[in-house]
Design a protein around this ligand. Structure first.
Ligand code: ADP
Ligand code: MG
Length: 437
């Protein structure tokens, strides 16, 4: 992509409405624009990152055996009346009346809708177990939308739902998602710690919030220091085999959100206790027959007996993750994208647009990289070098390849690694080789 043609409205000034780094940087880097409180448009670069995150989430869900479908954003109110949540949900739910005076709503979550599908189409115990998911926009009329996409009113969520014949099966589904979540977040360069969360009237211990530690986090959290050192991607996982060992490695160490924090247990950890602020990026929950019972989602078992399905639900805040990743990966100058979610792999900076040599070499580099499938953003604008450097640092692509007239006379270009600031002068060929490798 040529920057001169790209819709990337960067800003030098810090927008006054933004209180935290990720919100400021997403506005400054031209990733999002607010259209109403807590409702955003995703501009091309923000959209590209959102799609990359979505793809990582999807790939791990698929690997774990979950099946993608797509449910609508608008749902009929009747289903929510059946489950009893229509009144409980209160003002957070955006209620809509259609032209025939039918009560509808913009879905804040999908337990009712998925259970409705399943109750009609699962006809035998042989159809189970199943984990179904979709990646769809949600609307929750939050009292205080804030921090940009971190707490929006309209936001993108991946929500999975598991259906099993018994508790043992439901626990297995839960653990499968637990592991998938660990791996999903790690692949985005995040250390997300599963923390015991409130199970409400369901009871038991099958509810975890996946939390990344960040000063700007909305919740207070506590965990064992060793949890931060586990590398979940060190070994491959076989989702058809043992998932429990990895789950237990995590659940055997103390980790809890404020609501569930046990002060005496925390004190026992001494200096192994980390007390920090956290951002919830995912939440998994086993809730038994809470929805399947009132909605009548059951199947005949092998002996013809009626089995009410055991369910769990598993959410990931896809749009929140864009902000959360920036909270975890930025510096004074701007964003520092982990490679897996970076909008482009490399920014090619032409220090002197209009100079015949610079234009020619940049043009060749741009063509070669595109040919090799290296995703490159070429800053071919007629701007001062200072502006180009500042914008490149702001948008935080992993690599910057800088081409200037002086360097070219000496036969070199400069390759900078954004995360460390390390710079190397290299021949065009070796720079290309590095970027391809
Ligand atoms: N208002 C919001 N804006 C952005 N992301 C959200 C919002 N509410 C929830 N999420 C994301 O969706 C995930 C699943 O939501 P859920 O646990 O049902 O929400 P809550 O924690 O508000 O009950 C959360 O872990 C979070 O990452
Ligand atoms: Mg939650």
């Amino acid at each position: 992509m040529r920057l001169s043609r790209y819709f990337l409205p960067t800003m030098k000034e810090t927008p006054s409405e933004a209180q935290i780094a990720s919100h400021r940087l997403m506005l400054r880097a031209g990733m999002v624009r607010q259209s109403a409180a807590g409702i955003y448009s995703w501009l091309p670069m923000g959209h590209k990152v959102l799609k990359k995150i979505e793809a990582i989430v999807r790939a791990e869900q698929d690997a774990a055996g979950a099946q993608e479908l797509l449910m609508p954003t608008i749902q009929p109110a009747e289903l929510w009346k059946e489950s009893g949540r229509y009144d409980d949900y209160g003002k957070e739910m955006l209620r809509i009346t259609d032209r025939h005076e039918r009560e509808m709503l913009y879905g804040p979550t999908n337990e009712e809708l998925i259970t409705d599908i399943v109750r009609k189409d699962f006809r035998s115990y042989r159809h189970l177990p199943k984990i179904l998911y979709h990646i769809q926009w949600k609307f929750r009329d939050e009292v205080r939308p804030r921090f940009g996409v971190m707490r929006g009113r309209e936001f993108l969520m991946k929500d999975s739902y598991s259906f099993d014949l018994d508790y043992a099966g439901a626990k297995r589904s839960y653990e499968t998602m637990f592991v998938a979540y660990l791996r999903t977040f790690a692949k985005m360069g995040l250390k997300a710690i599963p923390m015991a969360a409130d199970t409400g009237p369901i009871g038991g211990d099958l509810s975890h919030e996946f939390i990344i530690l960040a000063e700007t986090g909305e919740s207070q959290v506590y965990c064992h220091r060793d949890l931060l050192d586990i590398d979940v991607l060190a070994e491959p996982i076989d989702y058809a085999g043992d998932v429990t060992t990895l789950v237990e490695r995590f659940t055997s160490l103390y980790a809890a959100t404020d609501e569930k924090h046990d002060v005496s247990k925390g004190a026992e950890l001494g200096d192994k206790l980390v007390s920090a602020r956290g951002i919830e990026v995912g939440h998994i929950f086993y809730f038994g027959t809470k929805y399947s019972a009132p909605l009548g989602a059951s199947v005949p078992g092998p002996g013809g007996e009626n089995i009410t399905l055991e369910m769990g639900s598993y959410g990931i805040g896809v749009s929140r993750l864009v902000g959360a990743i920036i909270e975890a990966h930025h510096d004074e100058a701007g964003i520092v994208w982990p490679e897996s979610v970076a909008p482009f792999h490399v920014g090619l900076v032409n220090l002197k647009t209009g100079d015949a040599d610079c234009d020619r070499v940049c043009g060749e580099l741009y063509g070669t990289m595109n040919g090799k499938g290296i995703d490159v953003l070429y800053d071919d604008r007629d701007e001062r070098a200072g502006v180009k450097f500042a914008d490149m640092d702001l948008i935080g692509l992993p690599w910057q390849l800088v081409v200037g007239p002086k360097g070219l006379k000496a036969g070199v270009v400069e390759l900078k690694y954004r995360a460390s600031g390390e710079k190397h002068e290299l021949s065009v060929e070796s720079a290309l080789a590095r970027l391809a490798g």
